[in-house]
Design a binder for this molecule. Structure first.
Ligand code: G3H
Length: 195
């Protein structure tokens, strides 16, 4: 079996303040995670010479990949976080207070709800298609450093979860989800590197 390692970026400064989207750098905890992740990846993929690291184009994933050496890194725009459009940079509280109708419609149908001038989960799932095709073609391990909404969709694809569940799947910070695609099916392991 060939492992695919999925992880969110280390905690960002926006995460700390409860703000969605943006392009902030890492928090102190995020800085620690990037070091732990590099050690983990170097050990886990020691003899895997053809492995590679995929990130989004947002700096929190690129910074998280920073200390990993010895593997090529590729940036994919398709791995960028769900685009929250006019809500980018807001907290959920602010959205609820300033745009209650938007907040309500998202609660009612999180999968299909599209942020004004932004994306829905269905949009994200669609733009991930080329990433999935390439992930399936790869013969060597791939480490995907991306974002919560995107990783929910990728994880759901590989573990065969129903579409409707995707927006509520837990993808915790500072945890590596290893997926092994074998002939008999999919095997999953989780490595929680920090609390
Ligand atoms: O910034 C966006 C979050 O990572 C996605 O969270 O879709 O559950 O609001 P949500």
């Amino acid at each position: 079996p060939r492992p695919i390692l999925l992880t969110r970026h280390g905690e960002s400064r926006f995460n700390v303040r409860g703000r969605i989207g943006g392009d902030s750098a890492l928090s102190e905890a995020g800085e620690l995670y990037k070091k732990k992740l590099a050690k983990f990846v170097e050990k886990r993929l020691k003899s895997e010479r053809a492995a590679c690291i995929w990130t989004s184009t947002l700096q929190r994933t690129i910074l998280t990949a920073g200390p990993i050496v010895g593997f090529p890194k590729i940036q994919w725009r398709a791995l960028d976080e769900i685009n929250a459009g006019v809500c980018d940079g807001m907290t959920y509280e602010e959205i609820k207070k300033n745009m209650p109708a938007e907040y309500e419609s998202r609660c009612k149908d999180k999968l299909r709800y599209r942020y004004p001038r932004g994306e829905s989960y269905l949009d994200v799932i669609q733009r991930l298609e080329p990433v999935i095709i390439e992930l399936e073609r790869q013969r060597a391990p791939v480490v995907v450093i991306s974002h919560q909404a995107v990783l929910r969709a990728l994880y759901a694809y590989f573990t065969d979860r129903p579409l409707q569940e995707i927006p509520d799947i837990e993808v915790p910070l500072h945890t590596i989800i290893e997926i092994n695609l074998g002939v008999t099916g999919v095997e999953e392991k989780r490595y929680k590197l920090m609390d």
